[in-house]
Design a protein around this ligand. Structure first.
Ligand SMILES: Nc1ncnc2c1ncn2[C@@H]1O[C@H](COP(=O)(O)OP(=O)(O)O)[C@@H](O)[C@H]1O
Ligand SMILES: [Mg+2]
Length: 244
């Protein structure tokens, strides 16, 4: 089974980190051993969305530059038995992180974890490229806006050229009213207009906003809509057919 996922997008702010955190939290709540890696160096947010900002001592650059061992850079997330994360460094000093480093890191983590989720910053190049040889499947988090969708298709083409052929797309921040009014493309027209398989859609949801600001993944909320949505999306990412 594919176990190393890259979360990426063309545009910024589409919800990649929100998605990574909830996807990882859902899998961990099902008993899987999951590690989330914040690859957005200089713009780190994952620690906030997990409510762990006061627990970060060492980050990925500390590990990469030999300041700490791997186990010191892995932080167990409060409230979970099997969810860990590795924080990004607060400065964008990523010159030393290469494809070789990321492949070695993922190889080492594969021995201990069922799933590795690499949460990248927006766009192409840089650290995204460093993650590509290790990643087995990319999840492009996209808003249902024509510009965001076009950029996602461009990114899917870029990933393909670089050799990562297994790419799927999650539509986030969907607004049912604007879709019904024909202002935003709806799910069937998105599915028809892209070659990238669509594995789910997440509504614009104030619970999700609250959850990222509180630092508690939305899937942890009892009887919230997010858990069911993420369960469906996770099922498709892990093997069920995409939306047709
Ligand atoms: N489905 C959603 N509904 C409401 N707010 C969302 C949703 N997805 C993400 N957000 C909000 O959008 C902002 C950007 O999300 P984030 O995951 O940090 O994006 P990225 O990692 O792509 O830059 C955050 O404030 C988050 O709470
Ligand atoms: Mg992010």
């Amino acid at each position: 089974m594919k176990k190393i996922f890259l979360i990426a997008s063309g545009k910024g702010g589409t919800g990649k980190t929100m998605f990574a955190v909830n996807f990882g939290a859902l899998l961990a709540r099902k008993g899987k051993r999951v590690v989330l890696i914040d690859m957005d160096l200089g713009m780190r947010n994952m620690d906030l969305y997990l409510g762990m900002e006061n627990r970060v001592v060492f980050n990925i650059m500390d590990f990469m530059s030999g300041i700490c061992r791997l186990n010191k850079a892995l932080i167990k997330v409060d409230g979970f038995d099997s969810l860990y994360f590795m924080a990004a460094s607060p400065r964008r000093d990523d010159r030393r992180i290469t494809e070789r480093h990321m492949t070695a890191l993922c190889d080492a983590l594969s021995k201990y974890f069922d799933f590795i989720i690499l949460d990248c910053g927006a766009g192409m190049g840089g650290l995204l490229d460093a993650c590509l040889p290790a990643a087995q499947r990319a999840v492009l988090v996209t808003e249902p806006e024509i510009a965001s969708l076009r950029d996602a298709d461009t990114l899917a083409g870029y990933l393909m050229e670089k050799g990562l052929r297994d790419t799927c797309m999650v539509i986030n921040k969907a607004d049912a009213d604007l879709m019904r009014a024909g202002i935003l493309p709806d799910l069937p027209s998105i599915v028809n207009s892209t070659n990238t398989p669509v594995v789910g859609m997440i509504e614009m949801d104030s619970d999700i906003r609250i959850s990222t600001n509180r630092g508690i993944p939305a899937v942890c909320k009892e009887d919230g809509a997010a858990e069911e949505t993420f369960r469906e999306i996770a099922g498709r990412i892990l093997g069920l057919p995409p939306i047709s």
